[in-house]
Design a protein around this ligand. Structure first.
Ligand code: ADP
Length: 448
């Protein structure tokens, strides 16, 4: 078993990991930047180490400082959380070289699934549905034009190493194809040091549905069903739910099983998410695989009862998965609202600063994952998410009512948050009926 885990992250996910470790009797080491020196969760860690200045490049992204902190404090494993170094295969490799267990997949499995071209190839073998498009990175624009002709415009040019929506270009006609390939390749080379791009069919309207999977070091893999994360603004998810509303049960089953097969074939040990777009004909197309725990993992925990972070720790410790697929029986419906320190009335401008009033909601089926307490100061250096409000109830309708009620109890002052918008959405007719697409929220905001 692991004895001491270093958490290479901050905020709510640092606290989430501390809690899972403590539930397992594992000690924790929390690293922090100078901007987080007063973070309330640090008091729950067995040791803390300041690793540098507020900019993430000088602290949470600085591999040598994090490894030094692990060595000084005698940590035998590192949990990277999400963001920062979580999907950096070089970091996973450095951990291995230093004989520190990286809580996540091997660097090889991470690289294989992290590259969208190699991932797509593996996906096809596992019968995971993928977008029609080029099988390999584009070498020759003429070849690319043939592929585009075959699948039909619009197409999208995407970076093999892509992330954060960079290196993508939507192409409506043959005339624009070559310049789109060139500019996407240049952007990808600058951002990721890898200019490889590929093309696939562009879906105009779709829902975002993703499958949670777990694999262990003994070749076992299961899925924990799916989540719908279609409520997004600028590709940032704002509300997530599980299960996805209005999905054909047979298709759901097939897609979830194929996702588990994919990570089994990749010899993947840890938690992963296989992301899809779902069109209005109930066709799934894989977007990418995220090789880490996701922000929205709690909605899956609520419907399955599986503690995903605890499973990550047990898998890293070399244990066999305690669950078989048939043990996973989803129950009820869960929603999560990401509470961001942003002002929806001012085009989501960041709203950092002191939190004088903080009152979290409670009651049956209500969970608040947050590092925020009264008197906390939200730093301006990082992501604006200050917490996640999660609810669970027997039906989707009941869960929406409960989320509305919970949001109405939440008080965070004087900073502005996204909660007011989320309350409005919980009473929105189209959203209540289910099946809104990924552009729904932006359309709604534009019409207001
Ligand atoms: P990244 O790794 O940069 O986040 P993704 O492959 O996850 O890239 O795509 C990011 C977003 O771009 C998706 O959530 C979706 O909104 C849009 N997108 C990507 N591929 C397609 C596609 N083939 N058709 C329509 N939209 C797409």
């Amino acid at each position: 078993m692991l004895k001491r885990v270093l958490i290479a992250n901050r905020g709510e996910i640092a606290l989430r990991i501390i809690r899972a470790c403590r539930d397992l009797g594992i000690e924790t080491v929390c690293v922090y930047s100078k901007a987080d020196a007063a973070a309330p969760y640090l008091k729950f860690a067995d040791a803390t180490v300041c690793i540098g200045n507020p900019p993430a490049t000088e602290s949470y992204l600085d591999i040598s400082r994090i490894i030094a902190a692990a060595e000084i404090t005698g940590a035998d494993a590192i949990h990277p959380g999400y963001g920062f170094l979580a999907e950096n295969s070089h970091f996973a490799e450095v951990c291995r070289d230093c004989k520190i267990e990286f809580i996540g997949p091997s660097p090889e499995a991470m690289a294989l699934l992290g590259d969208k071209v190699s991932c797509k190839k593996m996906a096809r073998k596992a019968r995971v549905p993928t977008f029609p498009g080029s099988d390999d990175a584009i070498e020759d624009p003429e070849e690319a034009a043939k592929v585009a002709e075959k699948i039909g415009y619009p197409v999208i040019v995407k970076a093999a190493a892509g992330g954060g929506g960079r290196g993508m270009r939507i192409v409506k006609s043959r005339d624009d194809l070559e310049s789109a390939i060139d500019s996407a390749a240049q952007e990808a080379a600058a951002a990721f040091g890898n200019g490889a791009v590929y093309i696939e069919k562009f879906l105009e309207a779709a829902r975002h549905v993703e499958v949670q999977v777990l694999g262990d070091k003994h070749g076992n893999a299961i899925h924990l069903y799916e989540r719908d994360c279609s409520i997004q603004r600028r590709h940032q998810k704002l509300i997530e739910e599980a299960p996805a509303p209005v999905v054909d049960p047979k298709k759901r089953d097939d897609v979830c099983k194929s996702a588990a097969k994919l990570i089994k074939n990749a010899e993947y040990a840890g938690a992963a998410t296989v992301e899809f777009l779902l069109d209005d004909q109930q066709n799934f197309y894989m977007l990418e695989v995220n090789t880490r725990v996701q922000v929205e993992h709690p909605v899956t925990e609520m419907i399955t009862g599986v503690d995903i972070v605890k499973q990550q720790l047990l898998i890293a410790a070399g244990e066999e998965l305690a669950y078989r697929q048939r043990d996973i029986k989803p129950r009820g419906h869960a929603f999560e609202c990401r509470i961001n320190a942003e002002d929806p009335a001012r085009n989501f401008a960041p709203s950092p600063g002191p939190v004088d009033v903080f009152e979290a909601p409670g009651g049956l089926g209500v969970r608040m994952d947050t590092h925020c307490v009264p008197g906390y100061r939200v730093p301006s250096n990082y992501d604006s998410m200050i917490g996640k409000l999660i609810v669970h109830a027997e039906t989707r309708e009941d869960a929406m009512m409960r989320m509305h009620r919970a949001l109405s109890e939440l008080r965070i002052e004087p900073i502005k948050t996204t909660a007011s918008l989320q309350m409005e959405l919980m009473k929105n007719e189209s959203f209540m009926q289910g099946g809104v697409d990924i552009h729904f929220l932006e359309r709604l905001l534009a019409s207001e």
